[in-house]
Write a protein that binds this ligand. Sequence first.
Ligand code: ACO
Length: 311
Amino acid sequence: MTGARITGIGTSLPDRVVTNFDLEQTLDTSHDWIVERTGIHERHIGESTTQLGLEASQKALAMAGVDPVDLDLIVFATTTPDSLFPIGGCLVQDALGAHRSGAVDLNAACSGFMYALIAGYGYIGRGISKVLVVGAETLSRIVDWDDRSTAILFGDGAGAVVLEATTDANDSLLGWHTGSKGSAGSILRCTDMRGFIEMEGKEVFRQAVLAIEETVGITLERAGVGVDEVDAFVFHQANVRIIDAACKRIGADPARSIKVIQHTGNTSSASIPLTIDEGLRTGAIANGDTVLMAGFGAGMTYASALLRWGP
Ligand code: ACO
C-alpha cells in the first residue's frame, strides 16, 4: 500500500479587480445588496484559463520542490477551457515543460477540483507517484454581464496542488465521497460554449445546502470522524449564506469555515484551492489539522474529502 499527501499548493488571480461599485455603473444593483445576499465585495477578471492554471501550477510545483519533468499526470479541472481541444491539461503540460506527464481534463462544474483531487489520490500507487491537480476557470467568459442575477456572482482564478506518494502507507486522505443529481440539471445551465449561465438562484441555494449536508455526512462517517473533530472547513465559495447555512445544517462551528469569496466571487473549480491557500496564509490550517473540503455545482455534482494536512 502507498499513501499520498499534498506537498505544494499555488494559486493565481487576474490583476484586474471588479468591485461591486464598478458593477453599479452598468447594472441595476448595489454594493450593499450584493454583500448582504452573497458576501461578495469584489472579483478578479481577465487572463486565460491556461495562463491562470499555469501560474498556479508553477507555484505549487515550486513549493513542493518538484521539477515539472518528474510529473506523472496532470488532472485539470475546468468548466471553461480555452478550447475544447487541445485540452487545458495538455496546454499547461506543454507550457510547464512536463514532457513525461500524462494530462486529462475533468469537468464536474464547481465540484471539479474535488473530483480531480479524489481522482489524483486514486492514481497514486498504481505506477504513478506525482500528480498535479489543477482547478482553473474564466467564468467571466460565460457570464451575461447584463444579467444582474448572475453577473454579480462569478470571477476568474486558479489553484493547484501537487500530490506525491508517501514512502509508507500513511495516506492523508481520511475519507471521501462523490455524488450527483442529474435530475436537478435544469436549475443551473450553460448549454452552449458561446452561451451564458442560466440559473434558478433560490433552487440552487436550496440544493447546494442539501448536497453539502449529504456529502459531508458520508465522508465523516467513512472516516469515522465527528464534525467536532474537524479543524477547518473549506466549502465551495458560491455564497456566504450557503456556507453559513451548510455549517448550521451539519452542526459545524462557522468560525472554522474559511472564506475567500469576499475577494474572489465564485471561481468554480478554483474556489477550493484558493480557500485552502487563504487558510494556510492566515493560520486557520496548520500541519496536523483535519481539513474537510466540500464542493457542489451544476449537474448537479457534489463531492467532499477529509484530509490530514501536512507531513
Ligand atoms: N441587485 C439587486 N437586486 C437584485 C439582484 C441584484 N444583483 N438580483 C436580483 N435582485 C432582486 C430580484 O429581482 C428580486 O426582486 P423582487 O423581490 O422585486 O422580485 C429580489 O432581488 C430578490 O431576489 P432573489 O433571487 O429572491 O434573491 P436571493 O436572496 O435568492 O439571492 C442569489 C439571489 C444571490 C442569486 C441567491 O439565490 C444565490 O446565491 N443562489 C445560489 C447561486 C449559486 O450559488 N450559484 C452557483 C452555484 S454552483 C456553481 O458554483 C456553478
